[in-house]
Design a protein around this ligand. Sequence first.
Ligand SMILES: Nc1ncnc2c1ncn2[C@@H]1O[C@H](COP(=O)(O)OP(=O)(O)OP(=O)(O)O)[C@@H](O)[C@H]1O
Length: 580
Amino acid sequence: MKTVFSYVRPYKWPIAIALFLMLIELSVELVQPLIIAKIIDDGIMKGDQSVIWTWGGVMMLMAFVAFLSGATNSFFASHASQSFAFDVRSALFKQVQQFTVATFTKFPTAGLITRLTSDVTMVQNVLFMSLRIMLRAPLLVLGSVIMAFIVNAYLAMFLVIGAPFLIIFLYIMVKKGVSYFALVQVRLDRVNRVLQENLQAVRLVKAYLRGTFESSRFEKVSNLLKMDTVKALRIMEIILPLLLLVMNISLLAVLWFGAREIQSNNAQIGELVAIVNYAMRMTGAFSMFAFIIMAFARAKASAERMEEVLLVNEGLERDDESGKMHGIIKGEINFKNVTFSYPNTPEPVLQNISFDVKSGEKLAIMGATGAGKSTLMQLIPRFFEVTSGSITVDGKDVKNWPLDQLRQAIGLVPQQSLLFTGSIYQNLAWGKVEASTDELQQAAKQAQIHSSVEQFAKGYDTRVGQKGVNLSGGQKQRLSIARALVRKPEILLLDDSTSALDVKTEASLWEALDKEEATMLVVTQKIRTAKGADRVLLLDNGRIAAYGSHQELIETSDLYRQIAESQQEQEVPSHAPDVN
Ligand SMILES: Nc1ncnc2c1ncn2[C@@H]1O[C@H](COP(=O)(O)OP(=O)(O)OP(=O)(O)O)[C@@H](O)[C@H]1O
């Protein structure tokens, strides 16, 4: 909680002003019964009109001051709470940006979204309400007791007789409330996750006619959220009437003993009215307690969830050399006895992998699905650290290159083409913000997408929908390649990025890419692509099955030869009509 509350500190002055104004409002509220008592005892009972007019005027004036204080308090309270929420949300976002890829597996996406939205809003609301009304309720109870003792100590005693019960009830409410509401937020995470998965796979859901199944899946998690929220609220619903019961018994005692005191001339009617007034205000404040405690319990649970993210320390990308440059990266890559296991998975996915790729060379990586090809690629930009062995770029361990410089030198085209909402221009410039129009178009030409883009009505200004929904698979792949090429990377990592291209386009693409000076690592299933590489690395179940030029592997590797032969049979005869 300390970390989250440190974000409140910059707003200590607006908070102090808001609290001060709230105290003015509270003082007015506490003094009012005293004035009413005075009007009754010295004005009405004695028939003195001037007392009624004078103190009535004072009451009006005080009400006006309370109104002004309340309005100004709202201004400062919303400034402080909104600014706090903005700061903490930004801090959470920055922290998440620094997560290693491995840390993301510990914090599922839907959970992170809830933490950055619903959880932050929850704490923000409680901060606002605390400055507006929440702190007023306990202070009103305390102030009423003190004022009641000033008016008539004997009668006031009956107001505090139930205090031990009240404290016990409140304690139970807080304790149970926090744990129940923590569970409610977890349920909300689940609802978000199911919703997110469903929306992302909307076409699949329709194609597989899984709408009913998905609806029932959503209903199930939504129902769990409902049941746990009801459970959390129930504790409040039981305790609130108990609180009010204790207060009403106290009130009855005050009326009973008050009447006797008036009869025996030990108290005046105005005093009794004042104490009853304080008792009523206390009851009102207590009835707000359920709501306040519920909100606090919820905010505490939310603050703890935000704190979990803010306190991640081990799972952050560490780069002591951040912002520095260590010479120029030429792009020579060397794997030496690299073994790698994913976090939480003991079995290694890659074992004893060694190979060299000289600067400007092209290495084709082949192997069955799940052989570890994508994993191998991801180790170069350090999405994960090797378990043992080493990876060097230009002879220097990747761990020793400044992370920014290393990644700046890499153009990564992942297996799944991910595009962002925005124009085609914006998507290409994502690879290099300062790229000129010429550079962007040059990259698009190399990636064989320029002419397709030109055919769109709005050309490069065509808007790409979320994740590129309005583009074909092949268009997305080529745009992803262009985005990487814009960077003019020294190392180009292509993870099966041409699978959706037709033979002719793919051939033109490779022809254009071969003119690039970049070192290329190309995951491919196609012998045709491997043939054009300087060397081929054939993976089998995380181990190297064969390594050498295409010709060498044809001669030495049975597995490679089998793949080549199987693909030869499927090759399109050269006289076949051009499908394009
Ligand atoms: N984040 C992860 N956590 C744990 N295991 C993983 C993770 N990602 C992949 N794996 C496992 O690592 C192995 C290699 O996966 P990888 O994606 O590298 O294979 P691949 O050769 O690229 O396969 P494909 O050709 O199907 O893309 C698989 O057995 C996979 O289940």
